[in-house]
Design a protein around this ligand. Structure first.
Ligand code: ATP
Length: 314
């Protein structure tokens, strides 16, 4: 089984509860583990895969809290770093219509330093890059690019999720697009939401958007479409694979559960190239990943709602 290295941020989301959108009026917050690459790592380990988290937290109680959660989920945290900068914190309030107020205190996640000894560990394995904060600068951004280069040198399978957050890139979308393109053109697999696919390709039409990404060099594109399932596009396949019917309570982490489940299945194949040309196999994998995403919406929170393989088999 291949190892999956998930690289990016791990942070605390302080979620204001039942207090409307205005963060200035919020009185109570609940502390939740956040960070898409960390959620992906937890999904993989929960489904029996071998996942590593590579990212930085502060040497403080919040950092301890976050790493403990990953450890409890059986994610290998031996490559995670603790640094002197405080753990990254996000404060968010959401009203009944989904309108958000957001304050971001960026800290330790940007401090991830490059470790040249990891290159040999990447050999023939899978690297997943989740870019919510990585492209915002700090040593993380350079480390991120160097691991991409190391992964390619060592024939690793590269997966990329841009994790676009409008709160972080307002009025700087063009910079985000340019930075993401560097990763898209070198990735074997890209996972987009509909909004990301359109933003990063500059095309409203999804088929044209996928063609744009294939022309850049990406072999597999998955565009997650919420309750409608996922669009799968390869050189030979272009189809929407439906999801299962659920009653969603909280969609946080559905996309991470989806890509985590897909990567965990790909990790079980010694030659991923063979899967890419097998319509039946790849479609079944996406269908199972849809189920993982759907189940995650049935409960509040991300990590605590991730499915087990028994649930996916049922
Ligand atoms: P995120 O907000 O975590 O970045 P995303 O926008 O990429 O996620 P979604 O499209 O919300 O992800 O969900 C990922 C996958 O989970 C979907 O492609 C779908 O298969 C499944 N899913 C999500 N919501 C539902 C739903 N309401 N009903 C059925 N399946 C769902």
């Amino acid at each position: 089984m291949k190892k999956v290295f998930c690289i990016g941020e791990l942070l605390i989301d302080f979620v204001a509860e039942n207090q409307g959108k205005d963060l200035s009026k919020a009185k109570e917050f609940s502390k939740k583990a956040g960070g898409a690459p960390a959620n992906v790592a937890c999904t993989i380990s929960k489904l029996g895969g071998n996942s590593f988290f590579i990212g930085a937290v502060g040497d403080d109680p919040f950092g301890t809290f976050l790493l403990r959660i990953l450890e409890n989920e059986k994610v290998d945290i031996s490559l995670a770093q603790k640094c002197e900068t405080f753990t990254t914190l996000a404060f968010v309030s959401i009203d009944a219509d989904g309108e958000r107020d957001f304050v971001f205190n960026r800290g330790a996640d940007k401090e991830l330093t490059y470790d040249a000894t990891l290159k040999s560990k990447f050999e023939g394995n899978i690297l997943h890059f989740g870019a919510a904060t990585a492209l915002l600068g700090g040593s993380l951004e350079e480390t991120y690019s160097r691991y991409l280069f190391d992964g390619l040198t060592k024939n690793a399978f590269i997966s990329f999720d841009p994790n676009f957050r409008i709160d972080l890139w307002k009025n700087k979308e063009d910079i985000f697009i340019r930075k993401c393109h560097t990763f898209i053109e070198k990735s074997h697999l890209c996972k987009f939401s509909l909004e990301e696919a359109q933003l990063l390709s500059g095309k409203d039409n999804l088929k044209e958007a996928c063609q744009f990404f294939h022309d850049m060099g990406t072999q597999i594109i998955v565009v997650t479409l919420g309750s409608e399932g996922t669009l799968l596009s390869t050189k030979d396949i272009y189809k929407t694979i439906p999801s299962i019917k659920v009653t969603p309570k909280d969609t946080t982490g559905a996309g991470d559960a989806f890509i985590g489940c897909l990567l965990q299945q790909l990790a079980e194949h010694s030659k991923i190239e063979d899967v890419l040309t097998n319509d039946y196999l790849l479609s079944n994998m996406v269908s199972r990943a849809n189920k993982a995403g759907a189940i995650t919406t049935e409960n509040f929170g991300a990590i605590q709602s991730l499915p087990t393989s028994q649930q996916l088999d049922a």
